[in-house]
Structures are given as structure tokens and as C-alpha cells.
Design a protein around this ligand. Structure first.
Ligand code: TIU
Length: 240
């Protein structure tokens, strides 16, 4: 391995049971950590949400992102948004509800949920490196109408560590899409957040219930421990 700290595999203490991942076949997928969802004046707030609910996910994601960058684990960022002419936005999405501003309307961070606008960009704390993959998606799931499936296949990826916002919308939709495509998904519990804390909790429960019907759930500490096993875990033979 190019990086001496790179462990070939690690066991994550997860629910409903521990899972061992081959890091060379694993990608960190960070869902939609965009200003439009995280900051006042964006899409999330136009829907009537308290965007401050999402801030708690930033630090845990940052810690795992740093570990992945350090060890060479593939990092993929996603962004939800639409083309400026809205040709990729179905009327059913554009017309629903009574938001204060609709998708495409001008807001304080540019046009709401439109590619290239300030609000569509990823928050500075988690900003992608030039070398990292960014997937632009028109829907809630990261596989629908994107190149994500091809990207994962080209990199030989079999497992996804998934985090981002929101737990029950884009994270859950992506995990369900990934699960049906055969990927093992580990959802980072403290690296996801919802505008509705109870939906966050239930969204995680839905993933790990029934023997892990959609995947596994683990917190950032457990994921970091699997990436960088401490001497204690190595002595116990728990990680490799
Ligand atoms: N509204 C909401 O909770 N989420 C979204 O619209 N998109 C994502 O989750 N990224």
C-alpha cells in the first residue's frame, strides 16, 4: 500500500452486527452537505425547516473524511440540484407544497437548488478536494439519473460508508438504491441529521432493523476505530 497507515480491512462495531470492510473496496459517500440544506436562506429553509438541526453532522463527517483522505479511502460527494433551465426537474417536484421560494427562484444564495449557484455548493468545512469525485443528482437518491453506479463499478467498490443530510430523505433513498444494487452500506449515525430529530432516529432504525434490512449503522468513533485500530483492538484481534 502506498500509505503505511492504510489497513487492508477493518471491523466496524455496528448494528445490527459488526461488519468487516476491505477498505480498497469501500467508498465514503457524503450526501448533499450543501449550503442549500445547511444554511439560512436555502432550499431547506424555504420548506419551513429549522436548518440549525443539521449542524451536528458536520464534525463527525469531517473526522471520517480526514481519515479517508489520510488513508486513501475513496471519497465521493453528492449534490442535489437542477440545471438552470430546470429541464431535469419534474413538474411534480417543482409544484409541490407551499414553500416560501420555489426551486429556481432567486434567493440570498442565488437561485434555489440550481447547479452553479452559491447555495448549491458544499459547505466550506467539508469542501471537496480537486481530486475527489462530486456527483450531481437531480433526485433524492444518488443513483437515479447519475453516473454513480459506473463510478463505483470502475473503482471496484463493494461497500459504502454513507453520511450527510437528511437522514430520512436523501441518505435513506440512496442507501435503499445502493442496497438493491448489492452494496453493503454502513450509515454513520452521528454523521447524518434531519430537520426532524424523530425522523433521524427512525430513519436509522429502519436501516438496521430486521437483521440490517438495508444496511448497518455505526457512529463515527466506531468507523474511525476500524480505519485506525488502536493497539488495544489489535491486541484483542478484533480488527483484522
Ligand atoms: N427536505 C429534505 O429533508 N431533504 C431534501 O430535500 N434533500 C436531501 O435530503 N438531500
Amino acid at each position: 500500500m502506498a500509505n503505511p497507515k492504510y489497513t487492508s480491512s477493518g471491523t466496524i462495531v455496528a448494528e445490527p452486527e459488526p461488519i468487516t470492510l476491505d477498505w480498497s473496496k469501500t467508498a465514503l459517500v457524503i450526501i448533499d452537505m450543501q449550503r442549500d440544506f445547511m444554511e439560512p436562506g436555502g432550499f431547506g429553509e424555504t420548506l419551513g425547516n429549522d436548518v440549525s438541526q443539521l449542524a451536528r453532522a458536520v464534525k463527525p463527517i469531517g473526522a471520517v473524511l480526514a481519515a479517508c483522505r489520510d488513508t486513501g479511502i475513496l471519497v465521493i460527494h453528492t449534490r442535489e440540484g437542477h440545471l438552470p433551465d430546470l429541464s431535469d426537474a419534474p413538474p411534480a417536484k417543482l409544484e409541490r407544497g407551499k414553500p416560501s421560494l420555489r426551486i429556481g427562484d432567486p434567493g440570498p444564495m442565488g437561485r434555489i437548488l440550481i447547479r452553479g449557484e452559491d447555495g448549491h455548493d458544499i459547505i466550506s468545512e467539508l469542501y471537496p478536494l480537486d481530486s475527489e469525485i462530486v456527483i450531481d443528482k437531480p433526485g433524492k437518491g444518488a443513483f437515479y439519473a447519475t453516473e454513480l453506479g459506473d463510478v463505483l463499478q470502475n473503482h471496484g467498490i463493494e461497500n459504502l460508508v454513507v453520511c450527510g443530510v437528511t437522514t430520512e430523505v436523501c441518505v435513506n433513498t440512496t442507501v435503499r438504491e445502493a442496497n438493491d444494487r448489492g452494496y453493503r452500506c454502513v450509515v454513520m449515525s452521528d454523521g447524518c441529521a434531519s430537520y426532524f430529530p424523530e425522523f433521524h432516529e427512525m430513519g436509522l432504525k429502519m436501516i438496521k432493523a430486521q437483521g440490517g434490512i438495508f444496511g448497518w449503522v455505526a457512529d463515527s468513533a466506531a468507523i474511525l476505530e476500524a480505519i485506525y485500530p488502536t493497539s488495544k483492538t489489535l491486541a484483542a484481534g478484533a480488527s483484522r
